[in-house]
Structures are given as C-alpha cells and as structure tokens.
Design a binder for this molecule. Structure first.
Ligand code: BES
Ligand code: MN
Ligand code: ZN
Length: 518
C-alpha cells in the first residue's frame, strides 16, 4: 500500500513528482493555491492554464522544468463552488483524487503531494476541517489505486504505483491532527481493501472456512492489543439450537462457520457494541433456485460479513494509539446457500435459537434466517449496549434506493441519525425506511410462528421486520440493507465490491459513547 508522508518547512523543503491542486470553477491559481504558486516558480506561467476552467471532473497536468523539486501540478476541477456543499460535491472531490492517482500510476510517478493550506481553504465548503479533508483525500488516493489481481496469471505492473503521498506544510512542524487523520485513513483503507478482497473473491476460495481463517489471521496480528476470535462449527451451532442458521447450510457440502471477533482493549468500558454481518459466501437461492442470469454476483452475498471483518482490521491498525469507548463484538454467520440433496425445502419448519419456529416458504430468503440466530446469540452471550447488522438482504431494497445506496432501519432514533449522518459524510449513503407492525400479518404462517418471506411489495421492510422479531425488548438495534450498495465502478472503486459499511460502522464504534448514553 502507498505510504502517507509529511513534509514541513515550506516550499524550499518540498519535493514530489506531482502536486494535486483543487479548483472551483473559474478560480485562478493565485486564489486557489497561493502558497503553492509561491513555492513553484514556473506554475503561474504554465501554458495549459489557458484552457483550464475548474469544471467538475476536469483534470489537467501543468508541466514545469523536469529538474524542479516540483515538476508537475495536477489541476483538478471541483465545479461550481455554490453547489459543492451539496451531497455529491464531496463525491466529485473523491473522484478527482482517485482519478489523479490513477493518472500518476499510468505515468509511473513515484510520489505525489497535497499542500495543506489549500485544503484548509476548501474544507469548510464540504463541512470538514483541514485534517478531516486530508483524511478524505488520503483515503480516496488509496482506494483509487486498489485493484483485485489475485487470479491474474500476469499481474498488472504494481511497481508503477506511486510509493507515497505527502501532505505539505508551510509551518516548521507537522500538524498532529493531520498525522492522526492520515493514520485513520490508512486504517480505513486497510479495512476497506480487506472487505473488497473478500467480496471480490470467488466462492470457491472465499468459503465459510476461509472467512474463519481470515479472522484468525487478523487476530494473530492484533492479539496483543486485546483482539480475539472464536469459531463455531456445525456441532457447536447444533448445541446452541441455531436451527435457522443450520437450515440454510444443509444444502451445501461446505460446513458453516459462525465467526466471532472480539475487541476489548484496556480502556474500553461497559456493554459492547455488536456488529453482525451476513456471510452467505454463495447464494444460489437453494431449492428456490435463482435464475442463472446474474447468479455469479451472489459470490458477494457475504459483503456484510466482509464489512464487519474490515472494521476489525481498521480497529487493529488503530491500536494501541486509539481505543474505542466500549468493547466491540463482530459476528459473522458464514455459509453457502445451495440446493443439495439434504437442502432445506420450501415448507420445512425450523426452530431458531430464540425458540421461535419458522416455516421456510422460500429458501432464497436465507439471509434473515442466519441473522436471526446470530442476533439471538449476540444478545444471549454479550448483552450488548446496541446492535448494528449489515446485510445484502433484499433485491427490493436495491430496487427502491438504487446502486450505491443502503436502506437503514432502526428502533432507535439516536442510533439511526448517527448512522445516517456518518453514511452521508463518509460516502456510504443510506436512507431510513420504516419497521412497521403491519409486516406481522404478511409474515403469518398457519403452521409455525412465522414464515420467512411474504409479499414482494415492501420486501425490504418485511425482511427488516423479520429481523426485528429477534431483537429483544429494549435492545437498541439498527439494520443496514446493502444489497445494492456493495458493487460499483468509479475512480475510487475498480469494478466490483466497494467495501460499503466499513466507514459507517467504524464511525458508529468511534461515537458509541453518544448513542449509548442518550
Ligand atoms: N442475497 C439476496 C439479495 C440480493 C439480491 C442481494 C440482489 C444483492 C443483489 C437475498 O438472499 C435474496 O435472495 N433475497 C430475496 C428475498 C425474497 C425471496 C423474499 C430477494 O430479494 O429476491
Ligand atoms: Mn437469497
Ligand atoms: Zn442472500
């Protein structure tokens, strides 16, 4: 991964093969980057300014003499300043940075930099302070360079990735808040890239056992800071009466795993926050088989679990310098959903760990089954202060909110508001949808306590309501349906998994104090 560095002491001390400079539409270099203009003697007379307008998506490389300490400035357009504060303004900024880093890679540049006082200038437009925006830029740079190359017999040439990104300071000392911000971005990038790798990985590699060994490897690096892992196999799931989880796994030759990560470092106090991620490593639909068109995408049906894993990677990387206010538990029920000879049939009735029975009328509504038992297990074992689950749960949510967006459901307004704000701020947009009692009718069974799937209309709501039935009275809970959110293609995301949810969940951990005490 590209390094984040710092250079202090002003223009005479700065050195990088390219510097990124940001422009709102119509701005001149002396307005947008006066400090850079001072430091780079050739900059104001670079001929290419003549055609640069600062429009959204515009990118022009300004060239100076090759022998200069700063021989290039990459001018990036951010569009209309008045409009930049709106929700998609920050997206344009992230894309500009991702695109610029890809350009640096294409040109084989080893180093790239951003001058801090120019960031301080534009940060308020986006509702950030300087360090906050530095974090966004560092992260966008790292994500822009991400690619999934695991199975390519000839790897793309990674030696041409920039080796470092530097933040440039006029002052003699590096600002500690920017250092912190960069560390946070690096931790987030590591978490996001792990989540992407897992979700991009094919189901013949990323199996339930692979998810377990990934968690074990992760913990082996962070154990000294208070991270631990345990894994439950079929026997343990049987002993704990997780009938719904086991029902989903029955059609597969591969054994299920309930992967549990725990982080309780010194200083983290009180009840834990539980994060529960759907880990269907492949969703064929089971006996209620899906159509073959697009079925390959169902290798990504463990994106929720991948996001939880990513959060723990980030938490580990932040240790021991930063400690969450409360312990964190991550639960990842992992299994395939397959139509084997022993597979659960439509009409089968199972008993969940909670004791409630479910008539499985559609084996393709499997996510809620594994989550039901995972939610019960989380509550029985840890009595958490709050639970957030994240799952590629319903096509209906994808239809409702569109690609890149998540549905948010919650029984607690403080928690919901916090997750919504974090999602908007960190490029993982979610929108709240209701959990309504009226779903109860729709999920009525005539032979069991409930069915696992009801009407097509409002499918995302019924799924969320189903989950809420396994949340005990008084327990704070939120559910993110990321069915449409985990795939994308943009300058900060090669086509495939996005790692959606890592940043939002990490923020929920960071602000656990707020929602727990309210
Ligand atoms: N994993 C799917 C949901 C999904 C669909 C995720 C498309 C990403 C893209 C889930 O298990 C599923 O099959 N849901 C069904 C539920 C239905 C049977 C009630 C769906 O949405 O069709
Ligand atoms: Mn399904
Ligand atoms: Zn599924």
């Amino acid at each position: 991964m590209m390094d984040i560095r710092f250079q202090a002491g002003g223009g005479e001390r700065w050195k990088a093969e390219a510097v990124l400079a940001f422009f709102f539409e119509g701005e001149k270099v002396e307005q947008a980057a006066p400090v850079l203009e001072q430091a780079v003697p050739w900059l104001s007379i670079a001929p290419a300014w003549r055609d640069f307008r600062g429009k959204k998506g515009e990118m022009t490389v300004m060239y100076g003499p090759a022998a200069m300490d700063i021989p290039r400035v990459i001018a990036l357009g951010l569009g209309d300043r008045e409009k930049a504060g709106r929700e998609d303004g920050l997206i344009a900024l992230r894309h500009a940075v991702g695109g610029a880093l890809r350009l640096c890679r294409d040109h084989g540049l080893e180093s790239v930099a951003v001058e801090m006082s120019s960031l301080e200038r534009i940060a308020p437009v986006y509702g950030f302070d300087g360090p906050g925006l530095a974090r966004e830029i560092a992260l966008a740079a790292l994500l822009g360079l991400y690619r999934y190359e695991r199975w390519l017999s000839v790897k793309k040439d990674s030696s041409s990735d920039p080796r470092w990104l530097a933040f440039l300071f006029r002052e003699e000392h590096v600002n500690d808040a920017v250092r912190e911000a960069a560390r946070l971005a690096e931790a987030e990038a590591a978490g996001l890239c792990l989540a992407r790798d897992l979700a991009n990985g094919p189901a013949n590699e990323v199996t339930p056992a692979f998810m377990a060994s990934t968690a074990e490897e992760l913990v082996s690096r962070f154990a000294e800071w208070g991270m631990s892992c345990h894994v439950l196999g079929p026997k343990e799931l049987e002993e704990r009466n997780m009938g719904a989880f086991l029902a989903v796994s029955r059609g597969s030759e591969r054994e299920p795993r309930l992967v549990v990560l725990e982080y309780s470092p010194r200083g983290a106090e009180g009840k834990p926050l539980a994060l529960v991620g759907k880990g269907i490593t492949f969703d064929s639909g089971g006996i209620s088989l899906k159509p073959s068109a697009g079925m390959a995408e169902m290798k990504g049906d463990m994106s929720g679990a991948a996001a939880v894993m990513g959060v723990f990677e980030a938490l580990g990387r932040l240790a021991p310098g930063w400690t969450p206010p409360c312990p964190v538990v991550g639960l990842m029920p992992c299994t395939e959903n397959m139509p084997g000879g022993r597979a659960t049939r439509p009409g089968d009735i199972v008993v969940t760990m909670s004791g409630r029975s479910i008539e499985i009328v559609n084996t393709d509504a499997e996510g809620r089954l594994i989550l039901a038992d995972a939610l019960t297990y989380a509550q029985k074992n840890w009595n958490p202060g709050g639970i957030v689950d994240i799952a590629t749960l319903t096509g209906a949510c994808a239809v409702a909110l569109g690609k890149g967006n998540a549905g948010l459901f919650a029984n607690d307004d403080t928690l919901a508001d916090l997750l919504h704000a974090a999602g908007c701020r960190f490029g993982e947009r979610n929108w709240r949808l209701p959990v309504w009692e009226s779903s109860r009718e729709i999920l009525k069974s005539n032979v069991a306590d409930m069915v696992n799937s009801g009407a097509r209309e409002g499918g995302a709501l019924h799924a969320a309501f189903f989950l809420s039935c396994f949340v005990e009275e008084g327990m704070r809970w939120a559910h993110l349906d990321i069915a449409a959110a985990d795939t994308g293609e943009s300058p900060v995301n090669v086509r495939g998994a996005t790692g959606f949810g890592v940043r939002t969940l990490l923020d929920a951990v960071r602000s656990a104090q707020q929602w727990r005490l309210n």
